[in-house]
Write a protein that binds this ligand. Structure first.
Ligand SMILES: NC(=O)c1ccc[n+]([C@@H]2O[C@H](COP(=O)([O-])OP(=O)(O)OC[C@H]3O[C@@H](n4cnc5c(N)ncnc54)[C@H](OP(=O)(O)O)[C@@H]3O)[C@@H](O)[C@H]2O)c1
Length: 294
């Protein structure tokens, strides 16, 4: 039997890099979806040398662009017909309002909508591998987020806060996870998300001085990148979680309560429908015909 296939996003630094390193050592066929092919290629060579695992590949994917996500999925599917583990790890935070190629606020596009579309389009290979797992790196900051799908297309960035945009995108991750779990019930695919802890990575690189100072002040509480990867790895490979789906885990690998908005089925469905429309897809997922056969 060939080794299980894992696709992980954002491995060029931080938590993703550590997670990829552990999964390469485990012997996964590892596909690293990154926007910077050169740095991802360097990492690929280092991981092959270190682990002796030759089945490590790079897939170019800028999650802030729907076209790039679609191209990456087509490329993945031309190389693999199964996907045992999908880790939505990549994330970004910015200081000023920027628009994505599709006209959305950039953090929302890269952290929420890109991974949402990626997951949605990878359903067939996930089903082919089932039991399969979807793991999404969210954040405890999602508890402070709010999201109103009716305003997302038209917002102009007045009073923009990078932290609020980040919190909103992470709330989107948690809502997507709970929706995926609900919609995939009975398919053998589980979906869970997590807060990795406060981890010393590049994520605050482009943020304001106040946030960086805040991080310095709490530095004794800041986890290493390896500790930051522990919860992703737990959700990815712990046999005791084979039947667990629709949960949000904290950095101690314990199930925690997600935000009220995420627990609200109506709010989740509104975001799902909006996301489907924005991506020109029908809201039903898996489609009705497929569900009857599963
Ligand atoms: N660090 C923390 O304290 C903390 C806390 C809670 C949650 N998280 C979450 O943990 C995850 C990993 O972040 P990290 O802390 O390890 O940060 P990081 O070191 O900045 O790594 C982020 C990764 O995401 C990639 N990325 C960013 N934008 C992308 C895009 N548009 N398309 C594709 N890849 C993109 C980056 O690629 P480049 O190298 O090309 O920029 C990098 O590989 C994120 O989802 C983050 O929100 C982190």
């Amino acid at each position: 039997m060939s080794a299980p296939v894992c696709l992980i996003t954002g491995t060029t630094s931080g938590i993703g890099r550590e997670t990829a390193q552990a999964l390469a050592a485990d012997g996964y066929q590892l596909v690293m979806a990154c926007r910077d092919e050169i740095r991802a290629g360097e990492l690929r060579r280092a991981l092959i040398e270190e682990s002796g695992n030759e089945a490590i590949d790079v897939l170019r994917c800028d999650l802030s662009s729907l076209a790039s996500v679609r191209r990456a999925v087509a490329e993945f599917r031309s190389r693999h017909d199964r996907l045992d583990l999908l880790i939505n790890n990549a994330g970004t935070m910015t200081t000023r309002f920027q628009r994505s190629a599709d006209g959305l606020e950039l953090t929302l596009a890269a952290n929420y909508l890109g991974p949402w579309l990626l997951t949605r389009l990878l359903l067939d290979p996930l089903l082919a591998a089932a039991p399969a797992r979807i793991v999404t790196v969210a954040s405890a900051v999602h508890l402070r987020g709010s999201i109103d799908p009716t305003t997302l297309r038209t917002e102009q960035g007045r009073g923009y806060s990078g932290l609020a945009a980040y919190a909103r995108s992470k709330l989107g991750n948690v809502m997507a996870t709970l929706s995926q779990a609900e919609k995939l019930e009975g398919t053998g695919i589980t979906a869970n998300c997590l807060h990795p802890g406060v981890v010393s990575t590049n994520i605050t690189g482009d943020t304001n001085a106040l946030l960086r100072l805040g991080m310095k002040l709490i530095s004794p509480l800041i986890l290493s990148e390896a500790r930051g990867a522990a919860t992703s790895l737990h959700l990815a490979r712990d046999p005791s979680l084979s039947g667990t789906s629709g949960c949000y885990f904290d950095e101690h690998q314990a199930i925690a309560e997600p935000a009220e908005t995420a627990r609200d089925r109506g709010e989740r469905e509104a975001l799902w429908v909006w996301s489907s429309r924005f991506c020109d897809l029908p809201p039903a997922w898996p489609d009705t015909a497929r569900r009857k056969n599963t």
